[in-house]
Design a protein around this ligand. Structure first.
Ligand code: HPA
Length: 271
């Protein structure tokens, strides 16, 4: 059976002159600069990759890069696909299926998110230990292809305990504060209301954002080890002063980028 991402896979195998890496990193809002120090070996705009849905979120570039960083070869997805852009949830995980079919084993997801703890000093980094996906149609809905993963995948260890322990060690070595928490997915594109933020706090969430969860579910289903880090760029609506503004989110993301770059660099050397 031909799969949606087969042509994209062939395209990369034909056009990329390098051996393909086993690690991929998805860069979230305001975090594109994290790769400043990486040596870029190959890149392709998403547009050139057959079947690749087009990313349109402001603050997101749209390229697949192969780069060397901290001694490791890594795929970078600079720009991700969001459900709020109008993509189906299946489309938003196209890149993850593509990476899995290219034999990527370790997926590191980054995002910008709102913090739900009013005592947070921003910007801050949060390691995702679990998520709430209630508001997301499942990316695995529909007939299951048993060659890709099980019909009813276990979600107990979506975020690899080994990788989480490694990330916490790496953060301590770099002197970076990294708390673990639960990430709640909201569909967006509107930010949450203060009532929604209070409800999410009661549900046990520590951060809220509009991405990552579908990707993590898909990657886990495909047997990848997943690590996910949120850059907390603002307090959830109603927890801080005034309203929320996407420009502030991008700016705070860039500020958090320095710590994230140090942390990811260290994680890569230890992987
Ligand atoms: N809510 C949802 N998504 C976000 C936020 C937020 O407060 N901040 C950054 N992404």
């Amino acid at each position: 059976m031909e799969l949606l991402w087969d042509k994209a896979k062939q395209y990369i195998e034909v056009h990329c002159p390098e051996d393909l890496p086993e690690i991929a990193i998805v860069l979230g809002s305001g975090l594109a600069d994290v790769i400043e120090e990486a040596e870029i070996l190959w890149e392709s705009p998403y547009k050139a990759i057959p079947g690749f849905p087009e990313a349109t979120a402001p603050g997101h570039k749209s390229r697949l890069l192969l780069a060397r960083w901290s001694g490791r070869k890594v795929f970078f997805l600079q720009g991700r696909l969001h459900y709020y852009e109008g993509h189906s949830v299946e489309d938003t995980v196209f890149p993850i299926h593509l990476l899995a079919s290219l034999a990527v084993k370790t997926l590191i997801l980054t995002n910008a998110a709102g913090g739900l703890n009013p005592d947070l000093e921003l910007p801050a980094l949060m390691l995702i230990k679990d998520h709430l996906s209630f508001f997301l149609p499942s990316p695995l809905r529909g007939p299951n292809n048993e060659d890709l993963g099980p019909r009813f995948p276990d979600m107990t260890y979506v975020y690899s305990p080994e990788l989480r322990a490694l990330a916490i060690r790496a953060a301590a070595e770099e002197g970076i504060r990294l708390d673990e928490g639960v990430y709640a997915y909201m569909r967006g594109p509107q930010y949450e209301t203060p009532a929604e933020i209070r409800a999410l706090q009661r549900l046990g969430a520590d951060a809220v954002g509009m991405s990552t969860v579908a990707e993590a579910i898909t990657a886990s289903y495909r047997g990848m080890d997943v690590l996910a880090i949120s850059s907390l760029t603002n307090l959830g609506a109603g927890l801080g002063q005034g309203g929320l503004d996407h420009e502030d989110v991008l700016q705070m993301g860039r500020k958090a980028g320095r710590d994230l770059r140090l942390l990811l660099g260290r994680i890569l050397t230890e992987l």
